[in-house]
Design a protein around this ligand. Structure first.
Ligand code: GLY
Length: 306
């Protein structure tokens, strides 16, 4: 049993070469912040919230600050958090004026009243919960009209531009699991469009009896396979996280021509990472080991499918 463990990702897609170091470093910082929480005896829930906040605050990623805008030039953010101990969850979608949607998702979860709140209603509730609203301009990344795909761009057939969703999974010293995700969604999306990220079981799932999983990539395809709950079901059947991650990412491509990646930690502290995109920015911290991190996952990094 390895405890604690934290794994974060900053999105699975083609990361243009000049941006790779920033994507990599941002994941290291987020994992380090979550790790500090875990080492001091904090909960997995606290750790994933802190790690995702660091990623949301980093304008490199399509979450929180720096998010892609929709076709009206507005930012609409989605986030999700889940406690594997209680199976409680909180989610928000299409919020325009919340700097850290992961924290609003958590506060909604803890309200014990509703689980998933969207749009204006979520923003009104944020204020009631003591979360101030920000100027939407603070959240906007590059105008979409200036998002040019680089020469060496990779794009599967039928795909739009990337969404660099962020996510974190953690196992704490007490053996509790949690997951958090956050995204600005796809560039130029229709107003009101929501992807997999805040949908329970699709973008994320956590259950102390199995593990915690987060998915990233092309939301419209990812949600068809309910990837994160599927990962936890495989873990409960005895699959290793690496085998589950590789299997589900292969299914994503084979069954629904989808592209993306997954991060998983099981209740024993074993880790799985897989993607069928050129890149997945990630960082993993486990007891007694150097941080593992990068912008692609080499075959065999975590022992293969086993
Ligand atoms: N995976 C993020 C999204 O499609 O919105």
């Amino acid at each position: 049993m390895e405890r604690p463990v934290i794994v974060v990702h900053g999105g699975a897609w083609h990361i243009p070469a000049p941006l790779r170091e920033a994507f990599h470093e941002g994941c290291r910082q987020a994992a380090g912040a979550g790790w500090a929480v875990l080492l001091s005896g904090g909960t997995a829930l606290d750790a994933v919230e802190v790690a995702v906040r660091v990623l949301e605050d980093n304008p490199v990623y399509d979450a929180g600050r720096g998010s892609h805008s929709n076709s009206k030039g507005e930012v609409e953010l989605d986030a999700f958090i889940m406690d594997g101990r209680t199976l409680e969850l909180g989610a928000v979608a299409a919020v325009k004026r919340v700097k850290n949607p992961i924290t609003l998702a958590r506060r909604i979860m803890e309200s014990n009243e509703h689980a998933f709140v969207v749009g204006d209603g979520a923003e009104v509730w944020a204020q009631t919960l003591g979360i101030p609203l920000c100027d939407p301009a603070e959240l906007l990344g590059q105008p979409e009209s200036t998002v040019a795909m680089p020469e060496d761009s990779w794009m599967p057939p039928g795909m739009q531009l990337p969404a660099d969703t962020v996510g974190a999974v953690a196992l704490d010293l007490a053996g509790n699991l949690a997951v958090g995700t956050s995204t600005g969604g796809t560039p130029n999306k229709r107003p009101g469009r929501v992807g997999d990220t805040p949908l329970v079981g699709c973008g994320a799932y956590a259950d102390n009896a199995a593990g915690a999983a987060a998915a990233t990539g092309w939301g419209e395809r990812l949600m068809r396979l309910v990837l994160s709950k599927s990962a936890c079901d495989l873990l409960a059947q005895g699959w290793t996280p690496q085998a589950a991650a590789e299997h589900l990412v292969a299914q994503l491509e084979r069954r629904v021509a989808g592209y993306g990646g997954m991060i998983i930690v099981d209740r024993h502290g074993q880790v799985g990472l897989a993607h069928n995109t050129p890149h997945l920015s990630f960082a993993v911290i486990r007891v007694g080991e150097e941080m593992l991190s990068g912008t692609e996952v080499p075959k065999g990094l975590l022992g293969g499918a086993g």
